[in-house]
Design a protein around this ligand. Structure first.
Ligand code: ZN
Length: 303
């Protein structure tokens, strides 16, 4: 009896200290100076897609052109690439995407290539420390293989679903975008598949400024990035967990073919509203045409 009650109180004490520790750290980290951190916004061209696929309330709306946004964060301890756009191979190879090329009609001009985009701020692929795909669909994980010297930070569940998709979720994955990862994992080929497989959230630089947040919803292993900047404040990079601002404002999920877990997507809208209320947060999506148009693009930046 004594032993079990001691065990219980010890567990309780550990839980309380953990809460204090994380709570305490959390507040301290919020207050950490975020100076010298910059966020740059890029586009990997554009796609054309039926609006009703991204916004379930508008099933009959005609196709619209949407940007394919991706982002670079320069932090004193490393440079982070959040999403990598469409694979550059489609610029010259009309067969690489198979039927998706005709269906999505991507912009294929040379200046949308990721090297050309990064060059706007003087970066080469080898300058990227961490590549963080929000998920591995063709317009987000497309160019991950162009960063063999960077470390890929990917949710384990996303990797699993990309290689062995759940029924009816395989459509937007292009296997050859990430097939090379197996060479590093199984064949020990140097500079192939240098990655960390995550099972949850990560405070990347341990200062609270760049946090990866696992968010199953759009796909099983989607992740968002929470950025805390000195002047801009809190910013959420949503990937495809959120398509349009209107979806958040009116609680509209996408069509179920782009919602592996619709509840997860609705919870993300609630999370955005929570951070808006508590930290006056902003959020940047990858594909909202109007919202994206209004953003400062590289070489301009947010700090
Ligand atoms: Zn997308």
């Amino acid at each position: 009896m004594l032993k079990s009650s001691f065990g219980w109180s010890r567990k309780f004490a550990v839980a309380v200290s953990a809460a204090l520790l994380f709570g305490g750290f959390g507040s301290a980290l919020h207050a950490a100076p975020a100076k010298d951190i910059k966020l740059y916004v890029f586009s990997s061209g554009a796609l054309t897609i039926g609006k009703g696929i991204l916004q379930n309330l508008a099933p009959n709306d005609p196709p619209i052109q949407i940007p394919v946004g991706f982002f670079v964060i320069k932090h004193p301890k490393g440079t982070v690439l959040f999403d990598t756009g469409n694979n550059d191979k489609i610029i010259t190879d009309g067969s690489y995407w198979g039927p998706a090329l005709k269906a999505l009609n991507p912009v294929r001009t040379p200046e949308v290539a990721i090297d050309a985009q990064l060059a706007k701020i003087g970066l080469k692929p080898d300058d990227i420390t961490y590549v963080v795909p929000s998920h591995l669909h063709l317009d987000h994980g497309g160019n991950i293989s162009k960063f063999p010297n960077s470390t890929l930070l990917i949710q384990r569940d996303e990797l699993k679903n990309a290689f062995w998709p759940d029924a009816n979720t395989q459509g937007p994955y292009i296997f050859d975008d990430f097939a090379y990862l197996r060479q590093g994992l199984y064949d020990q080929v140097p500079n192939k598949g240098k990655m960390v497989q995550l099972d949850g959230d990560l405070d990347l630089f341990r200062d609270g400024t760049v946090r990866l947040k696992k968010w199953p919803g759009h796909t099983p292993g989607s992740q968002m990035l929470i950025l805390r900047l000195a002047n801009t404040g809190t910013l959420i990079l949503t990937g495809d967990t959120i398509y349009f601002r209107e979806n958040v404002e009116k609680n509209i999920p996408p069509n179920v073919i782009l919602a592996w877990n619709p509840t997860g997507i609705l919870r993300a809208y609630e999370y955005v509203r929570f951070l808006q209320a508590t930290e006056n947060a902003e959020y940047f999506t990858a594909h909202d045409p109007d919202a994206f148009k209004a953003l400062k693009k590289a070489p301009e930046y947010y700090d």
